[in-house]
Design a protein around this ligand. Structure first.
Ligand code: NAP
Ligand code: MG
Length: 517
């Protein structure tokens, strides 16, 4: 069973009334559980700290989703000690036993899919399909890593000497600090936590401050599935208060981070310093932001390109690292693309509360992001031509309408900086050469798409477009585990490739043994 071929977990079809009914029931159940208090978890001990992180619904600011105990510096240090202690046993557990825990977790997550999706509808105002799709992705991560952990136990074929037996295998490395982002607080958090655990490490998980409740729910499921005390420790707390402490600690063996470029770079630098008493170089996987471009060539199927641009730009209000935030278009099809993208956005993008399950975009995550996106819209108005801005509901939430700028200069801020909201910049170029040049003139290199009917141009993009995930004639979002192993290059990250064949290698070290016969 553990070696069964991997298949992606299918997403629910919300056009089916019985599926809608199941989601509504889950929302009602979760709705009756809002406002509760959750402890942190250190070495199996549930602790309250007297101070709380209050999680609210960004689409309804009066609604408290839950309160989660805020870890102090001492709690964070205790968590590292608990993880270090638990490592002694967990590293010895046979791989198949650890993989079984992941499979059991996948089964529980699958059974509770609507309930977990409902928590994200409340905590992030995530649209139903995006939330449920994310739960399906968490299942994919677990089943993929379970299968690949077992695969990792296969001995590697080496050359042999006539009088010497040789062996080469992988071992876990120790205590890791796991720091996920808020935008995929179920799937990414699960993948980043359970991949290192699958191969025998123990972790201290610091969830994003915006999404600690769904984080707690996932950790509860980890424990229910059989992750022992101390193997996963849950310490909510602000990155600026306990982040450096966790990363700097000499007992920390690796850091697994996904989030913004600035924080990732800071963690990379901090972890590089060898602390007093530290006996290794820390491993860092840092997956960071993007300024993902879709290139539209003159020969492209324009309807396909327009559909791909609108879906990639405005899905989950543009709050995906893979979201399309710049479109680079050849001059001869430029007007058709601008008009088409505006028309299609008007037609299919609507803004409103995630709760109702009707709107395609909910609120953005918090006041900081709201202010920052609004500020970018003002910048865009000065730098480019505002060609469309949609409507927002009259609600007590951080709603921002889909916003499209045309005639943006390639080097303008709106076309170069990550906005992380529903804001799109369109840039005109004269040739495919120039399109690739503009696309690559970025510190980021996460995802990118090219729509073209020219095989020669598609092959140039395959070779020259500097991104970790390139899509030809399809949208830039919606990577599937096992199908599109995901991670960027350049300042988008360390290219660890989540959901890929090599991801687990980030959390093990190889040992070569020679025995004289
Ligand atoms: P963020 O602000 O960088 O936060 C990410 C995590 O880092 C949070 O848990 C945060 O804690 C923590 N943190 C903040 N300062 C820290 C410090 N000094 N030391 C240790 N940890 C610290 O990113 P975000 O706003 O959550 O997520 C959005 C960003 O993630 C975007 O840039 C997006 O492109 C990127 N992203 C990338 C990928 C990918 O695969 N490449 C996937 C998803 C998202 P607090 O919440 O307490 O601040
Ligand atoms: Mg943030």
């Amino acid at each position: 069973m553990l070696r069964a071929a991997f298949t992606n977990e299918p997403s629910a079809d919300f056009s089916d009334p019985s599926v809608r009914g199941a989601m509504q029931a889950a929302l009602a159940k979760v709705g009756s559980e809002l406002g509760r208090e959750y402890p942190l978890i250190v070495g199996g001990e549930r602790r309250e700290t007297g101070t709380w992180i209050t999680s609210t619904n960004p689409g309804n600011l009066d609604q408290v989703v839950g309160k989660v105990a805020r870890a102090s510096k001492d709690d964070a240090l205790d968590a590292i000690a608990a993880a270090q202690d638990a490592f002694k046993e967990w590293r010895r557990m046979p791989m198949v036993g650890r993989a079984s825990v992941l499979l059991r977790m996948a089964a529980i997550v699958r059974r509770r899919r609507f309930e977990l999706a409902a928590w994200m509808v409340y905590e992030l105002d995530k649209p139903w399909d995006e939330a449920e799709g994310e739960v399906a992705e968490a299942v994919d991560f677990l089943e993929w890593y379970a299968a690949h952990a077992v695969k990792l136990t296969e001995r590697v074929d080496l050359a042999h000497l006539p009088n010497e037996a040789t062996d080469y295998f992988y071992q876990p490395i120790g205590v890791g600090i796991v720091i996920p982002p808020w935008n995929f607080p179920c799937a990414i958090l699960t993948g980043m936590t359970m991949a290192p655990i699958a191969v025998g490490n123990t972790v201290v998980l610091k969830p994003a401050t915006n999404t600690p409740v769904i984080g707690y729910k996932m950790v509860e499921i980890m424990i229910e599935a059989g992750v022992p005390a101390g193997v996963v420790n849950f310490v909510p707390g602000s990155g600026s208060e306990i982040g450096d402490l966790l990363v700097e600690d000499p007992r920390t063996r690796f850091v697994c981070f996904t989030g913004s470029k600035d924080v990732g770079v800071h963690i990379f630098e901090t972890a590089a310093k060898v602390q007093k008493g530290q006996r290794w170089l820390k491993r860092v996987t840092a997956e960071m932001g993007g300024k993902d471009a879709i290139v539209v060539d003159s020969s492209a199927n324009l309807d396909d390109a327009i559909e791909g641009i609108v879906t990639s730009a405005f899905g989950f209000s543009g709050q995906k690292c893979s979201a399309c935030s710049r479109v680079i278009v050849l001059a001869d099809v430029y007007d058709q693309i601008v008009d088409g993208v505006v028309a299609r956005t008007k037609e299919v993008v609507s803004v409103g509360s995630g709760l109702a399950g009707e709107a395609s975009m909910g609120a953005v995550v918090d006041k900081n992001q709201f202010d920052s996106i609004e500020n970018y819209i003002e910048v865009g108005k000065k730098e480019a031509k505002l060609v469309y801005q949609g409507e927002t509901p009259d609600a007590n939430g951080y709603y921002i309408p889909p916003t499209i700028f045309a005639d943006a200069a390639a080097n303008s801020r709106i076309a170069c900086e990550e906005v992380f909201g529903p804001v799109l910049a369109i840039v005109k170029v004269d040739s495919f050469d120039e399109a690739i040049e503009v696309a690559n003139d970025s510190e980021y290199g996460l995802t990118g798409s090219v729509y073209s009917g020219s095989r020669a141009n598609l092959e140039r993009a395959r070779d020259e477009f500097e991104v970790g995930n390139l899509y030809l004639n399809r949208k830039s979002t919606g990577a599937m585990m096992g199908v599109h192993p995901f991670a960027g290059i350049k300042l988008s990250g360390t290219n660890s490739k989540a959901g890929g064949p090599d991801y687990l290698l980030n959390f093990v070290e190889a040992k070569a043994v020679g025995e004289k016969l």
